[in-house]
Ligand binder design. Structure first.
Ligand code: XIL
Length: 354
């Protein structure tokens, strides 16, 4: 059986996964490391390159786990997606606390962020293929139905972060990253931008499109747009052509695109009842719907020669972020392999599509 990386290489596509260095180094679970080493041609640190992981205490950088991940990637001839530089979430506690108590004001936060970007990009210089320079900067339609904007819900930390930095922080973040490593491809990364909606004021994809178009027009060094691809089987679902159309519109701006965090979670209808949760008809229906979502994103990517990589956000349900994150209502089972590393319908579909 051919590996995902070999199958994808036939299309000039890199196939990736998010990696947890703890699971990778866990000798009691050799299947995790073996799968990372053999199946994928690009890797992303699931958490190890986030600001809270790199600088938990002000002025003291902890590069160990991220360096180990990059070293392993070099050994495996894998390219690395750097994730992430400017993001309101998973900031070190000292940054979040400073913002909340007012000791870190706008100018201070901008200076700290700039310093952080320079330190991190310089540290990994020459070893990162694509950087997620700015992540999830834009509000969601369900938060702000009248108008998408930089930030989030009124009163949210996401909004506070955006307001403190001011609207031109994106340009500054990209310029700072470019100066530190001129060869890395610089990405804007977000969720719910897989397809255009109605084009109206509640259309997040349209907002991001206008935003990156403006950045390009202003000469800001942005090279690509990452679409996370966290899909859920219980919502509408896209078709291949909607997603391909969105990618085409981004690449018509001269940008690359990538699927950066793909998974397909499902509502665990019967999660409160273990007997029912094991109902095989439910499981089959979920697996089928999840496989469809993988298929749609992968086919769209294959239709666009500027779609550089297709990265899944973890590959085994054993370590998926979904059950810990989506609890109310409970969701789960979004990966290509199940928790015992058995291939799922989604894996077979992806292999067939490649
Ligand atoms: C998630 C990780 O998978 C979890 O382990 C962590 O607790 C929270 O963050 N969008 C992103 C990723 O850009 O960084 C997030 O990763 C998932 C959503």
């Amino acid at each position: 059986e051919q590996t995902l990386r070999a199958l994808a290489a036939r299309h000039g596509l890199y196939f990736g996964t998010a990696v947890d260095p703890a699971a990778y180094g866990d000798a009691s679970d050799p299947a995790y490391k073996r799968t990372v080493d053999t199946q994928f041609s690009t890797v992303t640190a699931e958490n190890a390159m986030k600001w809270e992981s790199l600088e938990p205490t002000r002025g003291t950088y902890n590069w160990g786990p991220a360096d180990a991940l990059v070293d392993a990637a070099v050994r495996n001839r894998q390219l690395v997606r750097g994730h992430v530089l400017a993001w309101h979430s998973q900031l070190p506690a000292w940054v979040t606390a400073g913002i909340q108590d007012g000791s870190i004001d706008g100018p201070k936060l901008r200076a700290l962020l700039k310093q952080h970007i320079t330190a991190v990009v310089t540290h990994f210089k020459g070893r990162i293929w694509q950087w997620d320079v700015v992540n999830e900067a834009v509000s969601d339609p369900w938060e702000t139905p009248s108008a998408i904007h930089l930030g989030g819900n009124a009163g949210s930390f996401k909004q506070q972060f955006a307001d403190l930095l001011g609207p031109d922080y994106l340009a500054e973040a990209f310029r700072t990253a470019r100066a530190a490593d001129p060869k890395a491809l610089l990405f804007y990364n977000d969720y719910n931008i897989e397809a255009f909606g109605d084009g109206g004021p509640g259309d997040k994809t349209q907002f991001v499109y206008d935003m990156v178009k403006r950045l390009r027009a202003d000469g800001v060094p942005i090279d690509g747009v990452g679409s996370q691809g966290h899909l859920a089987t219980q919502y509408g679902n896209y078709d291949v052509f909607q997603v391909a159309d969105a990618m085409q519109r981004f690449t018509d701006l001269g940008l690359a695109v990538a699927l950066t965090e793909v998974d397909a979670r499902s509502l665990l209808k019967n999660a409160d009842d273990p007997a029912l949760a094991a109902n095989s008809a439910d499981v089959n229906a979920r697996d089928q719907a999840a496989a469809y979502n993988y298929h749609v994103l992968l086919q769209a990517c294959l239709l666009n020669r500027h779609c550089l990589s297709f990265t899944v956000w973890g590959f085994t349900d054993k370590y998926s972020w979904i059950p810990t994150w989506f609890k109310n209502p409970p969701e789960g089972a979004g990966c290509l392999w199940d928790a015992a590393y058995n291939p799922k319908k989604s894996l077979r579909t992806v292999q067939g599509d490649l």
